[in-house]
Design a protein around this ligand. Structure first.
Ligand SMILES: Cc1cc2nc3c(=O)[nH]c(=O)nc-3n(C[C@H](O)[C@H](O)[C@H](O)COP(=O)(O)OP(=O)(O)OC[C@H]3O[C@@H](n4cnc5c(N)ncnc54)[C@H](O)[C@@H]3O)c2cc1C
Length: 451
């Protein structure tokens, strides 16, 4: 098979590393004598989870066939390189939607399993693994292992959230949820500060299937943490009118714009972000009456701007996402936002949401509490020091950082944040005793080493 040495990065474009790329057409071509291997889907993880510096990276984008679709039961089986966008295009017109979706549809099923991704409905429906009926895992010795909560359950739970380190996920079988329309009944509510935002999110638990809050990370003083809660539920066909009612499962056409080149790094600065946030807070916070929005706009607003990561310029950016158990969450998020404000570091796209109970994956990120995500332009040592300070707050409150977004966590912090690491490591060692599957993230976090 042809190989290509190339500098690649995650979605945040930090770090950039040289890897040996292969792009097989089918799983039978996968097997090789490579001593260090890692699967990569759409490269939508932000940091170094889908990088394997100096080792081989298997691009799965061509291993993306639909294998079966039971239209009565909503069960779909596909190769793991299939993207959610490709899945939605087939299943939505037939009235089926994924149980869980992240904030972009340009992710592979393999990436969704490996990060056990969560959506706006985690408080209701758990993480992606909840909808996975079965996986096929291709292990280091070339076996094809069927894994499910019933069969090879240990391998299943180590692979959910296992960041590609238990093997290559070859096939995924998913249970979908029925929908009557491609539309979401949404409503927004503005909150003057973080405390109010927490209260609104808590109320949303009972009121809405999907809920998430946008946070103005540039707000200060009494307005610290002001934001807008966005709730939504799948709309019934009888809620639609006119042409929409005639074709309720059809998505209206969308314009996708492109950022063609790297923007200058100074474009996103404190001033421009503050101006955008003020406008956004006023316009979106005031939309309190329910309105209909198509699922694409509701779930994937950033997908309308192709290559939006170029807005951060050549140095890229880091997304910091943490979750903190409910009891200390408000205090922790306040401390993080105060530290951010004191540092003067610009931060864009703050997102806060409630999470439900922890799932079955040993290294799955979600836990009952609140999760905060923010994008920070990469400014070298200053950014890294600020994020270390955030880690200290998160650790103090019993929380953790999301590996799918991470590019810089320290190994000691990782171990303290993921108490099921030992259980995971044991299963991983049984599946891959030589440690063939490896990534830049796993080596940085020393995930192959004993305690
Ligand atoms: C705009 C945007 C919004 C996002 N919103 C959310 C969100 O709301 N919730 C959330 O949880 N995440 C979110 N993410 C993160 C994203 O969902 C995850 O990082 C996901 O893993 C990306 O899938 P991918 O196919 O791009 O995987 P990659 O980034 O290519 O890989 C991610 C990990 O999966 C492993 N992997 C990929 N394919 C396989 C395979 N076939 N077998 C074994 N391992 C594999 C890789 O080795 C790597 O460790 C978002 C990302 C972006 C860019």
């Amino acid at each position: 098979m042809n190989t290509l040495d190339k500098d690649i990065a995650g979605w945040g474009r930090y770090p950039v590393q040289r890897c040996e790329l292969v792009r097989p057409e089918r799983h039978s071509e996968l097997w090789s004598e490579a001593t260090s291997l890692l699967a990569r889907g759409q490269g939508r993880s932000y940091g170094d989870a889908a990088l394997n510096e100096g080792g081989r990276v298997v691009l799965t984008e061509r291993i993306n066939r639909f294998l079966a679709f039971d239209r009565d039961q909503g069960i779909v089986r596909a190769e793991a390189g299939l993207t959610l966008a490709e899945l939605l295009a087939v299943t939505v017109p037939r009235g089926w939607f994924p149980l869980v979706t992240p904030g972009t549809k340009h992710v592979s099923l393999g990436g969704c399993v490996a990060a056990d991704v969560h959506g706006k409905n985690h408080h209701h429906d758990g993480a992606f693994g909840r909808g996975v009926r079965e996986l096929e895992l291709i292990t280091a010795d070339g076996r094809r292992l069927r894994c499910s909560p019933q069969e090879n359950a240990a391998a299943f739970h180590a692979t959910l959230g296992g960041m590609g380190l238990t093997g290559i996920i070859g096939e995924v079988e998913l249970q979908l949820q029925p929908i009557d329309s491609a539309w979401i009944r949404a409503r927004h509510q503005g909150a003057a500060n973080l405390e109010q935002l927490f209260e609104l999110l808590q109320d949303s638990d009972e009121q809405a299937r999907y809920s998430v809050a946008w946070v103005d990370l540039m707000s200060r003083g009494a307005a610290l943490g002001r934001g807008v809660v966005m709730n939504g539920d799948h709309a019934g066909r009888d809620e639609l009118s006119g042409g929409r009612r005639l074709t309720p499962l059809r998505l209206p056409p969308h314009k996708v714009r492109n950022i063609p080149i790297d923007m200058p790094g100074w474009l996103l600065n404190g001033l421009s972000i503050r101006a955008f946030n003020s406008r956004y807070f006023r316009s979106e916070g005031g939309r309190t009456a329910p309105f209909l929005v198509d699922y694409d706009t509701f779930f994937y607003p950033l997908d309308t701007l192709h290559n939006w990561n170029r807005l951060y310029g050549k140095r890229g950016f880091v997304q910091y996402q943490c979750v903190v158990p409910t009891a200390g969450a408000l205090a922790a998020m306040q401390q993080i936002m105060q530290r951010l404000a004191a540092s003067g570091h610009p931060a864009f796209l703050g997102v806060l949401k409630r999470m439900g109970a922890q799932g079955e994956g040993h290294l799955s990120f979600p836990m009952e509490g609140y999760t905060l995500a923010m994008d920070l332009p990469m400014k070298g040592a200053a950014t890294l020091a600020l994020l270390d300070a955030f880690d200290a707050v998160v650790l103090q409150h019993g929380g953790r950082v999301y590996l799918a977004k991470d590019a810089r966590l320290a190994p000691e912090s990782f171990r303290a944040m993921y108490p099921q690491f030992d259980a995971w490591q044991q299963v991983r060692h049984e599946l891959d005793p030589q440690g063939v599957f490896s990534s830049s993230l796993s080596r940085r976090l020393r995930m192959g080493e004993a305690q």
